[in-house]
Write a protein that binds this ligand. Structure first.
Ligand SMILES: [Zn+2]
Length: 303
């Protein structure tokens, strides 16, 4: 049961696995939470099929009880970020090899409409003005990430329709839906170039060399300045000890360089009921257009 503080600003961030909230948009969550926004992370799966990516944690007792370990890691990260978090109760789909079927009963094997129901109920209960999730590529080709996108879009639509899932609560229209643009090629390139210019060894060159040469699909509409929370983000990421090897390429850069060349987390405004930034314009706040009249929007949306 999610307690809702009426009249306040509420942000819902939907992720596939425990750890995704800490690697994509975590400083944004910490910043809004520190400001007094009610921030809720919904985690679709328990991450039960995740590999242990940190050799220091790759022990038989950890592997044998990975679901519990990941719940504990998630609880620690949630505390560090200062947010609330709910599991939606699906089972991790794992990363099937080419031609391999999805495991029976896993998250990505569900019909989207059915898998969206727990999130419809959560949206109707929490009534967020802003929902953030991945774009249609998942941002990363894991079946659970692509499914998280589909389920979130379906749930945002269904939550507003009183004829759909009437058992899942009173309708709620989400005013703004965003997609993450985190860990983009442009971000890696900017950090790699800044490190190289300063004579700092960069572990990002290899990653960039293997990056498919495709243009970014989605425009950046929103840049949230949240560098003050990068240390909180890093601590939350490291709380997922089974998933992060300290010093891994996407975390190995000097933070002063990151604060200088890329002090924001970036988003694409996918849907909005309030006027957006306009062509080429950039918002600096996920709640842009919603702050002065948050209560009025909530009343219209709930009607
Ligand atoms: Zn994930």
């Amino acid at each position: 049961m999610i307690t809702r503080h009426p009249g306040g600003l509420r942000l819902l961030s939907v992720h596939a696995h425990p750890d995704d909230e800490s690697s994509k948009g975590a400083a944004t969550l910490a910043m809004y939470a520190a400001e007094g926004v009610d921030v809720l992370v919904a985690t679709c799966t328990g991450g039960e099929r995740g590999s242990v990516l940190n050799p220091a944690m790759d022990r038989p007792e950890v592997r044998a009880d990975i679901a519990r370990v990941r719940r504990e890691e998630m609880a620690a990260a949630r505390e560090i970020l200062g947010v609330r978090q709910e599991f939606l109760g699906f089972v991790d789909s794992g990363m099937p090899g080419p031609g391999e079927p999805l495991p029976v009963g896993c998250f990505a094997a569900h019909p989207v409409e059915l898998a969206a129901v727990p999130l419809v109920a959560l949206i109707r209960e929490f009534r967020p003005q802003v929902v953030v999730t991945y774009d249609e590529t998942g941002g990363y080709p894991h079946p659970d990430h692509v499914m998280t996108h589909r389920v979130t879009v379906a749930a945002v639509e269904a939550a507003a329709d009183r004829h759909r899932h009437p058992e899942a609560g009173e309708p709620w229209q989400v005013p703004k839906l965003y997609y993450h643009l985190a860990l983009s090629r442009a971000w890696f390139r900017a950090l790699h170039e800044a490190m190289t210019e300063r004579g700092v060894p960069s572990g990002m060159g290899e990653l960039l060399a293997g990056w498919p040469d495709t243009p970014p699909a989605l425009a950046t509409t929103t840049r949230v300045a949240c560098a003050e929370q990068f240390a909180v983000r890093d601590a939350a990421m490291l709380a997922h000890a089974t998933q992060v090897q300290p010093g891994v390429a996407f975390m190995a850069h000097p933070r002063d360089i990151e604060c200088e060349v890329w002090p924001t987390e970036d988003y694409h405004l996918a849907r909005s009921l309030v006027p957006g930034p306009g062509p080429g314009g950039i918002e600096t706040d996920l709640f842009a257009g919603l702050r002065a009249d948050a209560v009025a929007v909530a009343e219209v949306g709930g009607g």
